[in-house]
Ligand binder design. Sequence first.
Ligand SMILES: Cc1cc2nc3c(=O)[nH]c(=O)nc-3n(C[C@H](O)[C@H](O)[C@H](O)COP(=O)(O)OP(=O)(O)OC[C@H]3O[C@@H](n4cnc5c(N)ncnc54)[C@H](O)[C@@H]3O)c2cc1C
Length: 458
Amino acid sequence: MTRNQHSSPPGTRWGRAVVVGGGYAGLVVARVLADHFSEVLVLERDPVRPDTGVHPHAPQGHHAHALLARGSEALEGLFPGLRAELAELGAPVFDYGERINFLLPTGYAAATRTGVPVQTCTREELERRLRQRVAALPTVRVLAATRCETVTASAPGRLDRVRYRPEGADEPTDVTADLVADCSGRATSVDRWLTDAGLPVSARTVIKAKITYTSALYERPPDDRQDFDVAYQMTFAPDVTRGGVVLAVEHHRWMCSLLGFDGQAPPTDDEGYLDFAHTLGNPRLAEQIKRGTRQGPIHRYTNPGNEWRLHHKNARWPERLIAVGDALCLFNPAYGQGLTVAALEAELLGRLLGRRRAGAAGLDGLSRAYQRAAARVIQVPWTMATTSDLMWAPGRQPLPARFAHWYNQQVFALAVHDPDVWARFVRVLNMTAPPSLLFRPAVLAKVVRGVLRRRRAR
Ligand SMILES: Cc1cc2nc3c(=O)[nH]c(=O)nc-3n(C[C@H](O)[C@H](O)[C@H](O)COP(=O)(O)OP(=O)(O)OC[C@H]3O[C@@H](n4cnc5c(N)ncnc54)[C@H](O)[C@@H]3O)c2cc1C
C-alpha cells in the first residue's frame, strides 16, 4: 500500500479491532483501522473472496450506484490510485455538468463545466477493488462465511466482546477487542446487543419513502458513442413518481436502474422494462436499453426509506462500540449518498484515532465522541434527503420542509437556463460545498426575480 496522508502516525498501535460486516463500509473502516491497530478482524457472514463484488447480504450491489465527488475524493485518499485503477477498466471520469444529461422536474439542466469531477462504475467493481486492497493489508484478517452472533460487555457499559461462528463450526469463538465497529448494514443487531447488556436502545428517526429499483447491465454496441456518460431522470415528490438512470461503466457497458415510488415498481421482464423506460421523460434511457445487449438477470430491490439511529443522543451509549454506514444511517438511495457518507465517517474515524494516538490518549470516550461527530457528518445529507421525502406523504408537512421543497423547485426552475445556479446545485449535491451556497445573495436575487416573472406571466 502506498504511504499517504492516512498512513500510521507515530506511537504505539492499539491491540485488536473487530469490524462486524465486511461489506462496503466494513472494508473502508478496516482500511482506516489498519493504520492504528496491530490486528483488524473483519467478520463477514457471506462467503466472500478477495475478488467478490456482489454478495447475498448486500444485494443492492446489483443496482446503479453513483459515487458523489466528495465520496470519490475520500476513497482516493484512503485507497490512492483507485480512480486510475477503475479508469483503466473503462470507468469514465468526467465533469458532472458536462457529461450528465440530467432531467430535472423543470426540464434539462443547463450543460456547463462545474469543476466537479465524478467517476461512474458498478458498485460490484468498486467493492471488489476495495476488498482486494483491504485483504492485502498485513494487519487485516477477513473471516468470510463467519457470522457475528453477538457483542457483549466485558465490564458495565463497555461493549467489546465479540462472539462469532464460522459456517459449519460447532462452537462459537469469543474475542475481546479494543474497538468494535458495527458495519453490519441495515440488518444490524445493535438493539439486541444494547438490551442484553442492560443498556437503552438508541432512538431512531424514520422517514418513509418506499422506492423500488429494477436494474440490469447492458453491453454497448462497439460503435456506441454518446455525448453523455449519464442520463438521468430524477423522481420528485409528490408528482414525479418514476425515474431512472443509465451510467457508462467499466468494460463498455451501461448500468441501468429504473425506479418507481410506492406502487410504481418497474417490471423485471425485458418488454415491461423497456415499456417502463418509455414512460420516462428522458428518452435516452429507453434508447440505450434498446441498443444494448443485456448481461445477466434483471434485479429488483425495494427500499423502505430513510432511517437514522440516533446513537449520539443515547446518554448511555457504550464504550468501545461505534456504528458506521447503513448500520448507523440508511438513506433513500435515490439521492446517492450512502457510499459517500460511509467514506466520510471512515475518514472521520481516522482523524479521531490519529489525534488520540498523537496525544498518547486512550480509547475511553472515543465511541461517544465518534458518534457525536458522525452525526454532524450525517446532518446535511440527511436534511437534503428527508425534507424532500417528507413531501411524498399526504397532509401538512413541517414548515421548514415545505420551504426547502419550494426553494428546491425555484432552484430547479433557474437551473434549466442558468449554468451558475446549476453549478452551485451540483457542488452542494456532491457535498463539495455547503447548502448555504444556494442561499447567497446572487441566487436569492435570481429566485425572487424568477418568482416575480412567473407571477407576472400568469
Ligand atoms: C437499490 C440501492 C441503490 C443504491 N444506490 C446508491 C447510490 O447510487 N449511491 C450511494 O452512495 N449509495 C447508494 N445506495 C446505498 C449503499 O448501497 C449503502 O449505503 C452501502 O451499501 C452501505 O454499506 P454498508 O457496508 O454499511 O452496508 P452493506 O453494504 O449492506 O453491508 C453490510 C454487510 O454486513 C454483513 N453482515 C450483516 N450482519 C452480519 C453479521 N451478523 N455478521 C457478519 N457479517 C454481517 C452483510 O453480509 C454485509 O456484507 C444504494 C442502496 C440501494 C439499496
